[in-house]
Structures are given as structure tokens and as C-alpha cells.
Design a protein around this ligand. Structure first.
Ligand SMILES: [Zn+2]
Length: 182
């Protein structure tokens, strides 16, 4: 996510009649008309789970050379390892056979421009404080380290020897590996 992304272009007049969801459903019609059953089961071929930010500029499959069926992708705001990400990783490893974890944050993330005040502002607005932490951060490298640490020390994960973390540069497309603080 980002608060500094370019404003989206105005949709062409021909698409103005439908909502964005209508357009996506229409696109699915074309996709399905050419779709061939890949005959796969639910276990990722490469036995890897990728945890990444939901940012629209990060095309995980292209950026990592992945194909359909290769990996689990678990995404949220920031690519932070939260309890719910641990839930998905535990299922990924214990029920669906993954062994490796890749964590990806990125440059120019929207999480860098909000703070934990976000929760308080929400409470003021709606009269209820969310139960979740915002998990905002100012240092992507440090947050990748924290996320690696959470994954490596989780009692619910079976495989924690191959957990690696990266920051994706949204301007160059390159990954930079982050190593745990020694
Ligand atoms: Zn982000």
C-alpha cells in the first residue's frame, strides 16, 4: 500500500457504466474461457510460503519467477507477521507441506506514513477501538527482522530453519536481503 502512488487514470468512457467489480468479473469470463484445469492438488509445488505487503506495485509471481501452483502467498498491510499470518503459515506447513518462508516488505510503503494513532483516531470516529495493532513502522529493514524473528520463534510452526527476509525496491524491482541483527 502507498499513500504516494499516482492517482489512477480516469476509466475510459466505455467502462464507465459498470463498477470496477463488474469489469473484473467480465475479465474473469475471458480468463475462464481459456482456462485449462491444471490438475494440481492444494500443496504448493515449491513448498514455500511467501508473506508480503498487499502493495499494488508488487507482483509477487513475476518478481520471483513463480508459476501457478508454486507457492502460498499471504499478504496484508505491510507484510507483517501477525497472529493471523502465523495461523496461515501453520496451516501452510502442517496441512499443506510447505517448508520455506520468504518475507517481503518494500520501499515507499504506506505503513511508514501512519502511526499507532490510527487506532485512536478510529476509536474517536466509530466509538470502538479495534482489537488489532496497526503494526506501522518507520524502518522497513528492522520490521523485516522483527517479522523473521516472530516466524522463527513461533511455537506453532514446524519448519523455521529456512526463513529469509527481503525489502523489494518498487522503483528498480530488485529484492535486497535483510539479515538478522547479529
Ligand atoms: Zn506496503
Amino acid at each position: 500500500m502507498s499513500t504516494s502512488a499516482h492517482a489512477p487514470a480516469e476509466p475510459p468512457a466505455s467502462a464507465a457504466a459498470g463498477t470496477v467489480t463488474d469489469r473484473l468479473v467480465e475479465a474473469n469470463g475471458h480468463y475462464a474461457s481459456e482456462f485449462k484445469d491444471p490438475g494440481m492438488d492444494a500443496k504448493p509445488v515449491l513448498r514455500v510460503a511467501v508473506v508480503a505487503c498487499m502493495d499494488a506495485r508488487l507482483d509477487l509471481h513475476k518478481a520471483l519467477g513463480l508459476s501457478l501452483g508454486d507457492c502460498h502467498t499471504i499478504r496484508n498491510a505491510g507484510g507483517v507477521v501477525t497472529d493471523d499470518v502465523i495461523r496461515s503459515l501453520a496451516i501452510s506447513q502442517r496441512a499443506l507441506g510447505t517448508r520455506s518462508i520468504i518475507l517481503i516488505h518494500h520501499t515507499n510503503c504506506g505503513m511508514e506514513s501512519i502511526t499507532e494513532d490510527f487506532r485512536q483516531e478510529l476509536e474517536m470516529e466509530v466509538g470502538q477501538r479495534p482489537s488489532w495493532a496497526v503494526e506501522s513502522y518507520t524502518d522497513a529493514d528492522q520490521d523485516v527482522r522483527q517479522s523473521m524473528q516472530r516466524a522463527r520463534t513461533s511455537p506453532f510452526l514446524k519448519h523455521t530453519d529456512d526463513v529469509r527476509g527481503f525489502v523489494f525496491d518498487v522503483t528498480s524491482g530488485k529484492l535486497r536481503e535483510i539479515f538478522p541483527a547479529s
